[in-house]
Design a protein around this ligand. Structure first.
Ligand code: C2O
Ligand code: CU
Ligand code: CU
Length: 477
């Protein structure tokens, strides 16, 4: 009896051993197989590269009040990962583009030469110019051709950006690398005691998520439901970047240049920083905060006081390290956080402003505004020049909606938020904006006025939603 149960136990033990070993081998085989096919298997996080700083584009006109810039969109190759090349596109380079530094009141001409193999447009996001100079989907530039809009800079100091806007192709072209920053400066920003030394204590951060194949190529995937979030973060086209900074106060101009991802930034030590600007320029006073939320296309300028931190410090986006800092000792000249920044002149509201509603609804990757898909041959709204209106933007959610919300963007203006679900906007959202994030079920009211004429766009700035119809057209006359 005892011997028999001993034998049974032995058999059971052997069977169990075979099952365990067998399943281990199967799992191992699956993983090996997956490893070869898993396109997102590149893990460059172990490497560290010095943060790239985009160049400031040279103004070709010696006249101080006139600026002349030339940009060329072209295809190229970039090295993000040691030993691997990635096919990309860029302006005057292989990825991203130079900074266009403009001054309020200055007369500007910018030529875009399209050396891509495909049509493109170049849109000045946040810039207040005539519709015909705006670079929206109506201003397509064929391969080999050029486009030269001219305008006078008619707005306050701000950090804006530029990117393609060709109907149906925007998401793809931006993913390939076509984006760059625009800085506007004015007397107010000149005189402010905030860091101005570009690349030293005034640092641009263009933040993007990307997916890579194991051969180094971009793996841009969009399902019926959603764009696929990247597993690698790029800052100014740099993977796992570090930045050498002095221990004083440093200004960062952050742009969420991702196609579809929202980012919540914070410092790894949990310390506060100070937001000094939103999309359209300086706030009235620095806003002390621990977190900064930016939806696609939103910008913020922040001041970080590095004196407080004696430990290794980095900037996190959604909990992931996107930039680490190497602090260099500094004995004097730390800088200060100013008490006040700029005087915000409220957009004047008449006694009975015209009101409009914009209802966003999405269905997987598609979406509508007021129940309509974009149609280049249809003008959806006609707006009177110079008259302030109240726009109510709501997000009614939608079928199979997986995105947390829609960043609603309006061309040709900088608006002010009146309320978010009936509540006054936060201090950080009390400045000028050109994009406002509207969560599912939320209703946002904005005060908007147009000072230039022409045809413009409003749309969701999740680029895949925009390309799939979540956009409308209005004319200002
Ligand atoms: Cu960033 Cu229609 O624009
Ligand atoms: Cu825009
Ligand atoms: Cu959207």
């Amino acid at each position: 009896m005892a011997r028999r149960s001993n034998r049974t136990a032995l058999i059971l033990f052997l069977v169990a051993l075979i099952i365990i070993t067998g399943s281990f081998l199967v799992i191992l085989a699956i993983n090996l197989f997956k490893g070869e096919n898993d396109k997102g298997s590149v893990n460059p996080a172990v490497l560290g590269y010095e943060l790239k700083i985009p160049q400031i584009l040279e103004d070709l006109n010696p006249d101080l009040n006139v600026a002349e810039y030339v940009l060329e969109a072209k295809e190229g190759e970039s090295q993000f990962i040691e030993g691997l090349m990635t096919n990309t596109s860029g302006y005057n380079g292989s990825y991203l583009g130079p900074v266009l530094k403009l001054r309020k009141g200055e007369k500007v001409s910018i030529t875009l030469k399209n050396s891509l193999n495909v049509s493109t447009t170049i849109h000045w996001h946040g810039l207040i110019v005539d519709g015909e100079d705006d670079g929206g989907p109506n201003q397509g530039i064929n391969p080999g051709e050029s486009w030269t809009p001219e305008f006078v800079v008619d707005q306050n100091a701000a950090t804006l950006w530029y990117h393609p806007h060709l109907m149906g192709e925007t998401a793809d072209q931006v993913y390939q690398g076509l984006s760059g920053l625009i800085f506007i400066e004015d007397e107010v920003s000149d005189k402010l005691n905030i860091p101005h030394d570009y690349g030293v204590n005034d640092i641009p951060l263009i933040v993007q998520d990307r997916n890579f194949n194991s051969d180094g190529s971009f793996d841009y995937q969009v399902s019926m439901m959603d764009p696929v979030p990247g597993n690698v973060m790029l800052v100014n086209g740099t993977i796992s970047p570090y930045l050498n900074v002095k221990e004083g106060i440093v200004r960062f101009r952050i742009l969420n240049a991702s196609n579809s991802e929202n980012f919540e930034f914070r410092l790894s030590n949990g310390e506060n920083f100070y937001q000094i600007a939103s999309d359209g320029g300086l706030l009235s006073a620095p806003v002390k905060q621990r977190r900064l939320f930016l939806a696609p296309s939103e910008r913020a300028e922040i001041l970080v006081d590095f004196r407080a931190s004696k430990e290794p410090l980095s900037l996190l986006a959604n909990g992931i390290e996107v930039l680490s800092f190497n602090l260099e000792e500094m004995k004097t000249d730390y800088g200060v956080i100013p008490e006040t920044l700029a005087v915000i002149e409220d957009i004047p509201l008449g006694s009975s402003p015209n009101e409009r509603n914009f209802v966003m609804q999405s269905m997987g990757i598609n979406g509508t505004i007021n129940g309509k898909y974009f149609d280049m041959n249809r003008i959806d709204e006609t707006v009177k020049l110079g008259e302030t209106e109240i726009w109510t933007i709501s997000n009614v959610g939608g079928m199979m909606q997986t995105s947390a919300g829609h960043p609603f963007h309006v061309h040709g203006t900088q608006f002010q938020i009146l309320s978010r679900d009936g509540q006054k906007p936060s201090l950080a959202e009390s400045g000028f904006k050109d994009t406002v994030f509207v969560r599912a079920g939320e209703e946002v009211k904005i005060k908007v006025r147009f000072t230039h004429k022409g045809v413009y766009m409003y749309h969701c700035h999740i680029l895949e939603h925009e390309d799939n119809g979540m956009m409308g057209q209005f004319i200002v006359e």
